[in-house]
Design a protein around this ligand. Structure first.
Ligand code: HEC
Length: 158
């Protein structure tokens, strides 16, 4: 083999090695960020749901608050499936309440995420329609969608 061929092989082996090392480092940073981002998103969903239940305790709920909160839940809730890329499960480098079952039972988790999308979209539609009774009736299915997923796929706070 010529010296040139050997050098080329070396260069290729080196660049592949660097790409692997670089990819590993990037994946780690992304996992941490993905987890922090999804937790922030769920916090927002939780805050919006609380704003709704607070309004519903009032004899005269503010429809504008219901509409804005439901719209927020629908827009965030429709994306939840994408917040759980592989490699963002339990780790020593960050805290997460996501259970490994999310990835072991990917179809079940996708169904739970789809339920959130469907039910929050209906909630937002009901808010936009201005029909308070229809809105109230849709709050429970949304709550069941949260619970259905948390019971199976989240380590629940004691
Ligand atoms: C498809 C599954 C799924 C659905 C549906 C779901 N959640 Fe969650 N939720 C999770 C998982 C998993 C976590 C843990 C995320 C983590 O720690 O990485 C979580 C975390 C949370 C948190 C804690 C965020 C934090 O501060 O770390 C709140 C609040 C929350 N969810 C509220 C809700 C509400 C309200 C609903 C319904 C409107 C809902 N979730 C629907 C899976 C779901």
């Amino acid at each position: 083999m010529s010296g040139f061929g050997r050098n080329l092989r070396w260069a290729m082996a080196l660049s592949v090695g660097l790409a692997v090392a670089g990819g590993g480092a990037i994946a780690k940073i992304d996992a941490k960020k993905a987890v922090a981002d999804r937790q922030a998103n769920f916090k927002q969903i939780g805050g919006a749901f609380k704003a709704i239940s607070d309004q519903l305790k009032s004899p005269t709920p503010d429809m504008a608050v219901l509409e804005a909160s439901a719209a927020k839940m629908a827009s965030l809730g429709g994306q939840a499936d994408a917040w759980f890329p592989k490699g963002t499960g339990p780790s020593k480098t960050y805290k997460t309440a996501a259970k490994p079952e999310i990835w072991k039972d990917a179809a079940g988790f996708a169904a739970a995420a789809a339920a959130l999308k469907t039910e929050t979209a209906k909630l937002s539609e009901a808010a936009n329609s201005g029909n308070l009774d229809a809105f109230k009736a849709q709050v429970r299915p949304v709550g069941m969608a949260c619970k259905g997923c948390h019971d199976k796929y989240r380590v629940n706070p004691a």
